[in-house]
Design a protein around this ligand. Structure first.
Ligand code: NAI
Ligand code: MG
Length: 353
């Protein structure tokens, strides 16, 4: 087995944590008998922008579109390049042009990680957020009318297509089917949003008929956010529209500890295009260059990438190594109350493997 991976470190701490992710990936590949062919790219970074006047070269799609996956760090350096320029010129192009309609974030409380929710222990919090990543509330249909007059108003349409909803629901139900609890929760707001959200509910109901072994329920987004905090143990797979999923996929990882360990994937399930695996955090300019960033979010993203590539055992082994290093508490980065640096933490996890 051999996989071609495009490695895109990006900006700030991306350049520090990606090499640790790669260290762990190379170690696990050797252990589990597969080959990773890594191609490194310097674009999708603000440094590249300052040199070339754009975030990525014109032929970026040709350069990385043929890879099996993209291992991404973080992009953004607001003091030099405005965020809407850097993110829209890179990461958001990946999502759109590579049709990555599933945004997946694990929410799992790991041993030894201080939990912001009182009294929760590992095992209490272990679920996945599935966010629709291409349509819904984030459409560009709408506009401002009569600007500057007393009649001024703005409109922005939500667009939900049957194909768009069904494909993300299918992904979520199949994911639930593979997990021991086989439970799916849908985020809705059909009591207030009277056209699109009842349609979303209708599609969930319809889709559920194909998965009789998956138990499912739905909550309005307002009480659902409260339940993430009050009853995180109620959830297994949680699926939401673009906006609701966005909110839940930040709230979820925050309930399970620090941003330095949270991982994410932008997935094209059909594999017509490569998927992007990245930590939840950004480039953290405030600590960049000091070698103190926590590399675990990046390393965990590497595990998600291997899972996507079909190397499930290797993916599980990475997570086990992360959990062991965290549980031992001897080697942890500053955000977790220790004083280990990025490289030492990466090496400890690689050695654990
Ligand atoms: P951020 O996630 O970069 O940082 C937020 C806070 O968390 C900072 O105090 C930072 O030091 C800390 N932090 C983040 N990752 C850490 C790690 N691995 N270890 C220890 N501490 C960590 O978010 P912020 O500051 O809002 O954004 C900075 C830049 O990153 C902006 O340009 C933003 O647009 C970009 N960004 C990019 C993302 C991406 O590439 N997917 C995602 C989020 C933000
Ligand atoms: Mg967000």
């Amino acid at each position: 087995r051999s996989y071609r991976v495009a490695v895109v470190p990006g900006d700030g701490i991306g350049k520090e944590v990606v090499p640790e992710g790669v260290r762990v990936l190379e170690k696990i590949a050797k252990r589990h008998g597969f080959t990773l062919k890594l191609d490194w790219y310097d674009f999708s970074s603000c440094d590249y922008y300052l040199k070339h006047g754009r975030m990525m070269p014109e032929d970026w799609k040709e350069q990385i579109g043929g890879h099996d996956a993209i291992f991404f760090g973080a992009v953004g350096w607001p003091a030099r390049v405005p965020d809407h320029v850097s993110l829209w010129g890179s990461l958001l192009l990946f999502r759109r042009d590579f049709d990555q309609y599933v945004n997946l974030r694990p929410v799992k409380l790991l041993p030894g990680v201080p939990c912001p929710l009182a009294g929760r222990k590992p095992g209490d919090i272990d679920f996945m957020v599935v966010r629709e990543n291409t349509e819904g509330e984030y459409s560009s249909i709408g506009g401002k009318m009569f600007p500057g007059t007393a009649r001024e108003f703005v409109v922005q349409e939500t667009v939900m297509t049957r194909v768009g909803i069904d494909r993300v629901l299918k992904y979520a139900f199949e994911l639930a089917q593979r997990r021991p609890k086989r439970h799916l929760t849908s985020a809705t707001k059909s009591n207030g949003i009277s056209i699109t959200m009842p349609y979303w509910d209708e599609r969930v109901e319809e889709m559920s008929k194909g998965y009789p072994d998956v138990r499912w329920d739905k909550y309005h987004i307002d009480i659902l956010t409260a339940n993430f905090v009050l009853h995180p143990d109620w959830f297994d797979v949680v699926v939401g529209s673009n906006l609701f999923g966005d909110i839940l996929s930040d709230l979820g990882p925050a309930c399970a500890g620090t941003i330095g360990i949270a991982a994410a994937a932008n997935i094209n399930p059909e594999r017509n295009y490569p998927s992007v695996f990245e930590p939840v955090h950004g480039s953290a300019p405030d600590i960049a260059g000091q070698g103190i960033a926590n590399p675990i979010g990046q390393i965990w993203s590497g595990a998600m990438m291997l899972d996507h590539l079909g190397e499930h055992e290797a993916a599980g082994a990475i997570l086990t190594a992360i959990e062991r290093v965290l549980a031992e508490k001897t080697l942890r980065t500053r955000d977790l109350g220790g004083n280990a640096d990025t490289v030492a933490c990466g090496k400890a996890i690689a050695e654990m493997i």
